[in-house]
Write a protein that binds this ligand. Sequence first.
Ligand code: DLL
Length: 429
Amino acid sequence: MFWDKKMETLKSKDLESLQLKRLKTTVHAVQDIGFYRDQFAKAEISPADIKTLDDVEKLPFTRKQDLRDGYPFGFFAVPLKQIVRIHTTSGTTGKPTVVGYTRKDLDTWANLIARNMTMIGVTEDDIFQNMVNYGMFTGGLGFHYGAEKIGMTVIPSATGNTRRQIEMIRDFGVTTIHCTPSYAMHLSEVAEEMHEDLPTLKTGIFGAEPWSDTMRHTLEERLGVTAYDSYGMSELFGPGVAFECPERNGLHIWHDSYFVEIINPKTGERLSDGERGELVVTPLVKEAMPLIRYRTGDVTMLMEDGCLCGRGKKLARLTGRSDDMLIIRGINVFPSQIEHVLLRIPEVGNQFMVYIDRINHLDEMTVEVEINRSHFSGELADLAKIQKKVVKELHDTLELRTTVKLVEPGSLPRFEGKAKRVIDRRSDM
Ligand code: DLL
């Protein structure tokens, strides 16, 4: 099934001319953003230099750090009064990345999500439970409005209280669920404990973090759903960027809305179809915050084979990052954020280690940090106070619950050269 058959199945000639038209509009739109004004001047280019799609390579890349440097509104291409929504995503050193949306952006985004969901066969007859965070995370409101656009019955259950979530699935006859794959695993275990087999469930949409085919099979077996992979990122609206079709062999990215390049992350050189590298995207339909050649940091490739469903070239499933970003329970965490928090707390030293485990299918992060003797009375109660403080400060910045272990000064490993402070022990990804 198609939501927008014409756009989803454009022939390559028509697609390329639409992409070029939209690319030119986007390059014009970014001209007044300070970052691009400077970059264009440095490279001595102007919008008039974009004559073909290949000319995109003349344009500068945009990195997450550039967005942070523009905090808060430096990348908005329209006056603030036209921005009707703001989302943020975590930053490396305390400052988040801000994304803004005009009214038209919200409609465009909802339509993209409606495309994805229609592609996998859900309709207005379906009942949809959206089990992700409804706050600054784009997964909540993003999917909510996409599903409403289709006319599905939407249950904005958000996260937490798994037993209640299961009761709602049962009582409301939910057919379609959306959550992170790790939460879905947890949900399936609690359902088993409750002896609930949730017979109305048909479709599971899982994303926001990497997950494997093994996990897919387990989820399908336990929840009785067909499981689809959903990819997105806040800077590109949020979810809805790429999505599996019923073939479930690669994700369709919407080429009329996102111009895709795969590059060698070290050299910046463009790679061919079938070669794995970093995904770089120029969104072609964003109004509030257009971006040029955005370095996603995600590693994938454009697949060479076409798809039986008739839509365009697919991305291979996203399995890793070209930077050190961690995804913990769907939340993006940079090790530098943890360091930044610890450095602000005088009671602890600057040596730390981070361990990530998957316990009962949920990610758990443990931070070990050395106590700073000059700030420690030797009393056990004092130790508990410091530990609580570190947990709170980490939570305030990362929005993530962590276990904190205070250890003796000098007991953590010291590194010569590149520090390896993160030990990721999750094995069933
Ligand atoms: O995770 C948006 C989203 C919400 C996508 C709900 C899907 C479902 P951010 O919080 O900005 O946005 O995180 C974006 O998460 O660059 C990837 O590294 C990772 N990611 C997202 N989806 C997938 C996926 C949302 N299906 C970052 N597979 C991205 C692997 C994913 N990684």
